[in-house]
Design a binder for this molecule. Sequence first.
Ligand SMILES: Nc1ncnc2c1ncn2[C@@H]1O[C@H](COP(=O)(O)OP(=O)(O)OP(=O)(O)O)[C@@H](O)[C@H]1O
Ligand SMILES: [Mg+2]
Length: 352
Amino acid sequence: MKHVPLFYKQKPIFGIDIGHSTVKVVQVAQHKKQPQTIGYGYAEFDPDAIEDGVIVDPDAVKKSLRPLLENVVIGELTTDRVVASIPMVYIYSRIVELEGVEEADLSEAIELEAQQYVPLDSEEIYLDYMVLERTEEAKTRIFMVAAPKTIVDSYMALFTDLSLEVYGMEPSLLSIIRAINYTNEGETPKIAIDFGSQSSDLAIYDQSLRLTSTASAGGDHITECIMETLQVDREEAQRIKTRYGISKSEWQEQLAPALTPILTTLANEVQKMLRYHHERNDTEADIEQVVIVGGGANLPGLDNFISRLTGIPVSTSDPWENLNVKPLQPPHRLETTLYTTAVGLALRELER
Ligand SMILES: Nc1ncnc2c1ncn2[C@@H]1O[C@H](COP(=O)(O)OP(=O)(O)OP(=O)(O)O)[C@@H](O)[C@H]1O
Ligand SMILES: [Mg+2]
């Protein structure tokens, strides 16, 4: 007898995070009490493949991504349906509070906001929004995003070429917050930092987003600064960075002052956000914690350093903490936070 699927089972999704020069994939599945990791992995590609967020050399990305999808991944990917992140630096995003706007009039109100704040023509962007909160005083807090079509279309073309079906795309900070909230309990507002390779994305969040910003401080700037200060090649600088960072070492006396300007850029942005939060929300709880994720979060000594500059406790957050990884081999200790965005994307599987 022919099998007819009367009970249509939704096809699962996996998360794909295309960064500056690496791509990470993660798939999780709902499994009894704790979600189970089905597969994960990352691959590097030539950083010139992406220009201003647009994948200009899709072949270079495909060369790394295809083998990763097919057999380099730890475990396996059991689906060809994907949810992807869009990097914050290249999109125009804003959290707006609208007062007394009816549901039916929201998109028109958002379009007016976009005309005011987005420096591109409406034909050049994809505009979307999500409602973060509705308050009793008829206020609606909205996260609006305008993504350049050139960027989104280049992603879509890549995925189509790899025979992947796109379930959705989202600004990377949403994935970050989902991943952090999955491991860290608590309702009080915190600041999240996604310390990437070329820049860092920041957010004030509690259960959802409150404020976002970007700082031009990334892990690659740190590598380059170490190369210059210690007169070493990139490989050696990378080794010193991941092994010693700005913690106690024979190089600390030289490295701490050299790296201070980069990390101060980041700390200043944190302080700007703290001030903003304090001025706007004098009735709400103060921010008492900074959580750092992203590949750069593992820099030894980073938490203490930023904590000293900002005056609030700083910690990292391991996105795997509440996920079952065994029997798969868990990610290397120094690579756990690299996957935060991809884990956050993969967790959308549990929301469906
Ligand atoms: N263990 C570690 N210690 C310090 N830095 C690290 C470590 N592991 C990775 N990094 C650095 O983290 C950066 C990459 O982080 P990540 O993968 O989050 O960035 P990305 O997503 O590719 O970049 P972006 O988000 O800026 O597009 C690189 O600068 C890398 O050298
Ligand atoms: Mg990133």
